[in-house]
Design a protein around this ligand. Structure first.
Ligand code: CDP
Length: 220
């Protein structure tokens, strides 16, 4: 019997780290669908595909030689023979990814790929923006992980600082996070929970508390 834990949420809600921790604790597989959109974007830029050319982007995504591990402790993403695990987190990808994510054909191709990965697993924690609603609406546990804009900005700030070693200005960060939310909301509505989806607001929770709150829902 397959067990699927579906978690959606906006940028900075903490869903990646929370889902990885939960998957690790349960010995489950883990799927970061955002990483797939990022890898698709990396490939389009690498192939010099014009992101405004909808058909060209769809063709590139169709032939995308993507290899994504489902091990929550060793997330490795390769495009062809290139390890893009780190490159897909670069700001140039974050800035362009919504363009690929709002391409209908590209989106459908990636959704199909996500469903295949989920089908192949017996037990998986899958996270993104439309997992609870589109990719795996039949999941046994469906959670929308939210956080106030303030909390999300704070987390993103800490994350970027840790990654780059240099503090970005608050204002630039704020613009980036809110801009991407706005662009993403055109592709899927992840700010409101659909029927049957539980809202977990992490604004005032520590990381551990958020992980435990999600675990409680799985144990039930
Ligand atoms: O960096 P952050 O956690 O905000 O985003 P991510 O989970 O890495 O996802 C990157 C981008 O992929 C998002 O900004 C969306 O444009 C897109 N995405 C999507 O459209 N649908 C999903 N299920 C997951 C990600």
């Amino acid at each position: 019997n397959r067990l699927i834990i579906a978690v959606d949420g906006p940028s900075g809600s903490g869903k990646s780290s929370v889902c990885r921790a939960v998957a690790t604790q349960f010995g489950a597989d883990y799927l970061d669908t955002g990483a797939m959109y990022r890898a698709a974007t990396w490939y389009c830029l690498d192939q010099q595909v014009d992101l405004d050319d909808e058909d060209a982007v769809a063709v590139a995504v169709e032939e995308l030689p993507l290899n994504i591990s489902t091990d929550p402790e060793h997330q490795i993403i390769c495009v062809d023979q290139t390890d893009v695990t780190e490159a897909i987190r670069e700001p140039r990808i974050s800035e362009a990814v919504s363009e690929v994510a709002t391409n209908r054909k590209a989106r459908q191709l990636l959704i199909n790929a996500q469903r295949r990965i989920i089908d192949e697993s017996g037990f998986i924690v899958a996270e993104g923006r439309d997992i609870t609603t589109v990719v795996a609406p039949d999941a046994q546990v469906r959670v929308l992980l939210t956080a106030s804009a303030e909390a999300r900005l704070r987390r993103r700030g800490l994350q970027l600082e840790a990654a780059s070693g240099a503090a970005e200005t608050q204002e630039a960060l704020r613009r980036q996070v809110l801009e991407r939310d706005k662009k993403d909301s055109k592709a899927s509505n992840f700010t409101e929970a659909a029927d049957g989806v539980a809202v977990l607001d992490s604004s005032d929770l520590t990381f551990e508390e958020t992980v435990n709150s999600l675990i409680t829902r799985i144990d039930d």
